[in-house]
Write a protein that binds this ligand. Structure first.
Ligand code: NAP
Length: 264
């Protein structure tokens, strides 16, 4: 499907690995110039190089800033004052014992998973509204609507993203700007590989076995009973970022392999 995205500029936060990287590549495939973000400059430059090699007609640029901080965000927005598409993908996650979580843990998740994207939206949304053009996409998770007792602070942060995204969508009323959320289910990324190691600390199973066990024991509702590939999320984000998705606004879109068992 022609997405009419050629020549647009997108900032994808947390895009040196996993879902963010896949989103960046799917957007570049559609001709988008992507700003690659992560905290490690060398890694960011490697991804920019890889992207340029694969999609030479596009102009990917490095945006190596720690956007969990106000300083890092200010540096990024100063370097890149305009974008057509903002994908708030950055998010941290781990399994945690609720009874051991401290206030600092809760605040950290709020800072990284909610405030980072909110700061960027607060900066870019007014500019998009003036241009009457733009897309903001939050990457939440199925736990936004199905909180996980093994990831309490993460679940909270993802539900907050849904609320925030809906509020921002309301601020676009009557314009051609849209704000939506994509909710991936369990997706096989570098972050998940690390999470699986911690989930079964004493297991001698290989990654494939651990993944299979995780799905059957911890995600029994999944209809596909396998981890989603990051590209599958990337394709949906490219669509939602395109003019073809003009009727999607304030939506929470599930790409979860049927994980959420409810109708809504
Ligand atoms: N994987 C899943 O199963 C799954 C399911 C549902 C939702 N999600 C959501 O999808 C998003 C991406 O998850 P993922 O699994 O792809 O993550 P990931 O593999 O852990 O990748 C995280 C990315 O974020 C960057 N990053 C981390 N902290 C940063 C900071 N402070 N500033 C800038 N960049 C930073 C990392 O690079 P550096 O470390 O080099 O900075 C890396 O590029 C998250 O919001 C997550 O909640 C994931």
């Amino acid at each position: 499907m022609e997405m009419y995205l050629t020549g647009k500029t997108a900032l994808v936060t947390g895009s040196t690995k996993g879902i963010g990287k896949a989103i960046a590549f799917e957007l570049a495939k559609e001709g988008v110039d992507v700003l690659i973000n992560g905290r490690n400059e060398a890694v960011v430059l490697d991804v920019v190089r890889e992207l340029k090699e694969q999609y030479p007609m596009t102009n990917p640029l490095p945006a190596a800033f720690d956007i969990a901080t106000i300083d890092g965000t200010n540096q990024l927005t100063k370097a890149f004052p305009e974008v057509d598409i903002l994908v708030n993908n950055l998010g941290i996650f781990t399994n945690s014992d609720y009874f051991k979580l401290t206030d600092e843990d809760w605040k950290h998740y709020f800072e990284v998973n909610v405030l980072s994207g909110n700061r960027l939206a607060q900066f870019y949304l007014p500019k998009m509204l003036v241009k009457d053009s733009g897309r903001i996409v939050f990457i939440a998770s199925e736990v936004a609507v199905m909180p996980d007792e093994e990831m309490p602070q993460y679940s909270m942060s993802k539900t907050m993203q849904l609320s925030l995204s809906k509020t921002l969508a309301k601020l676009t009323k009557g314009s051609k700007v849209t704000v939506n959320t994509v909710m991936p289910g369990s997706t096989m990324t570098e972050g998940v590989v690390e999470m699986l190691e911690n989930w079964f600390p004493d297991s001698t199973e290989d990654l494939v076995e651990k993944g299979r066990r995780f799905m059957s024991e911890n995600r029994p509702h999944s209809l596909i009973q396998k981890f989603i590939e990051p590209e599958e999320i990337g394709r949906m984000v490219a669509f939602v970022s395109s003019p073809m998705a003009s009727a999607f606004n304030g939506a929470a879109i599930r790409v979860d392999g049927g994980l959420v068992p409810t109708l809504y």
